[in-house]
Design a protein around this ligand. Structure first.
Ligand code: BGP
Length: 479
């Protein structure tokens, strides 16, 4: 498939430090929030137990040294294989690589005055190798992963002190790698803080007590302010562009019933636009006032914060897209999606994890995001999680992933023709990594297979899938 429209944008692949590196407590790294998340066979409440941790879960994790029970401690062993992996990305012909830095490698406790030099040395080698390989760098500065000390001692992002700790960390990133990085993303999927408070804002769940919504929105506000301050500092110190990111859900009303359509409009505002509006337009949208009032949500926003948000908005707007969702005022059969559960769409097929595959939804999302913000757009995550099978002759015939990519790229081409100003597309999980939602190694996204299972057994050798060759050809044609 060759077409000129797609030649206009960058094509890349992504990992996240906690899902890729492993290197648990190696090189001076402090324990982080993801190190505490256990793998549990998929059952109804497994997601809660592996995603929304309580202090009891954390206390257990701190005493349990059996690494195989905590997939993120080993992950894909990127800490050891990073050199070979970058060679594979270079051979693939990747235009841009999205990676994240572990805050706990640079600041093991998160509140130190000076950074951990071994952590700096580790990322220095990676970033310089990527630069020498001619691969552009899209740097996620935080991807669901906080030094555990910041959570236990300060309460995570509920505490305004995290803004200054984060700024200190950001300054270290800019000082060391400002000349190499092309794109910065202060927070991955900032709306994850609402759906997955442990991952998103480092909020420990109280046993048998619903999350305090005021605490959640106060924490999100602190992240909004931190993002604006990072952009303010970054624009003074480095050459790269700064983005914001939300998980986009592409809501459809189940019917043409007015009530379904009203719910669709309000859900999209509350769970998607709100976050991008604050970071890209620089103001709290008035439509949220009613939501806050009706849900008794109160939190502090100073006049100084408002001015900061207005002055330091994102240069580009990025989003993750995996599935479209359906809303209705009536009870209907449900299915899963990234961060959310949603109504089953009778017109779409779903993955084994229930995520509904909808390439046209990507074109719809691109049009909406660009139309709303009139800023360059970046697809910072998209991909297919699948239980890939390694054949006896060490092949992975993932034609289903090639089809997924092909159909989504066709819709990107349509969106470019629609006039969307798109910077690039980053495929999620360019190499098999541990899944963020369910801590599974066997939920594979990569074009590179990693020989490891959910319990951490395997050689961890890297094997090119059929989709590697396909993507390599595509990248060559769309240089
Ligand atoms: C997003 C995260 C990524 C990635 C993706 C896929 O929320 O930003 O880290 O994990 O979801 O989800 P999962 O890994 O649960 O399949």
């Amino acid at each position: 498939m060759k077409n000129n429209e797609l030649k206009k944008i960058l094509f890349g692949g992504a990992t996240a430090n906690s899902q890729y590196e492993g290197g648990y407590q190696v090189g001076g790294k402090g324990m982080d929030t993801q190190d505490c998340r256990p793998y549990m066979k998929r059952t109804s409440n497994a997601t809660t137990s592996t995603r929304l941790l309580t202090q009891k879960n954390i206390d257990f994790a701190k005493t349990e040294m059996e690494q195989s029970k905590f997939p993120f401690r080993t992950a894909s062993k990127g800490y050891e294989f990073w050199e070979e992996d970058i060679e594979l990305l270079k051979e693939l012909g990747l235009h841009v690589y999205r990676l994240s830095i572990s805050w706990a490698r640079l600041y093991p406790q998160g509140d130190e005055e000076v950074p951990n030099q071994e952590g700096i040395a580790y990322y220095d080698r990676i970033i310089k190798k990527l630069h020498d390989a001619g691969i552009k760098i899209f740097l996620t500065m935080n991807h669901f992963c906080y030094p555990l000390n910041l959570i236990e001692k300060y309460g995570g992002w509920t505490n305004r002190k995290l803004i200054d700790f984060y700024l200190r960390y950001a300054k270290t990133v800019f000082e060391n790698w400002g000349e190499y990085v092309d794109f910065y993303l202060p927070f991955n999927e900032i709306n994850a803080g609402y759906f997955s408070p442990y991952n998103g804002i480092g909020l420990i769940r109280e046993e048998d007590t619903p999350y305090d919504q005021s605490k959640i929105f106060q924490s999100l506000h602190h992240q909004f302010v931190a993002s604006a301050k990072v952009i303010e500092l970054g624009h003074k110190m480095v050459r790269g562009q700064f983005g914001c990111m939300a998980a986009c859900f592409c809501y459809y009303p189940y019917s043409c019933k007015p009530e379904d359509n009203l719910k669709y409009v309000k859900d999209e505002e509350t769970y998607q636009w709100f976050f991008l509006d604050v970071l890209s337009r620089g103001v709290y949208p008035s439509y949220m006032n009613r939501f806050f009032l009706e849900n008794n949500i109160e939190f502090e926003v100073s006049a100084e914060d408002k001015e900061l948000l207005k002055k330091h908005t994102a240069d580009f707007v990025s989003f993750s897209y995996y599935q479209s969702c359906v809303v209705s005022t009536e009870e209907r059969e449900m299915t899963a999606g990234n961060l959310v559960v949603t109504i089953k769409n009778p017109h779409l097929k779903a993955t084994d994890w229930g995520w509904q595959i909808d390439p046209i939804g990507l074109r719809i999302t691109l049009n909406k995001v660009y139309d709303r913000y009139q800023k360059p757009v970046f697809i910072s995550e998209n991909g297919l999680g699948f239980k890939d099978v390694l054949t006896s002759d060490e092949k992975v015939h993932d034609q289903y992933r090639i089809n997924y990519l092909q159909t989504h790229f066709e819709q990107i081409e349509e969106a470019l023709k629609d006039g969307v100003d798109l910077l690039g597309y980053i495929m999620w999980g360019i190499i098999d990594i541990v899944s963020a939602g369910s801590c599974e190694m066997e939920k594979r996204y990569g074009v590179i297979y990693v020989d490891a299972d959910n319990e951490g057994n395997g050689t961890y050798k890297r094997i090119k899938k059929d989709s590697y060759t396909w993507y390599q050809e595509f990248l060559k044609l769309h240089k």
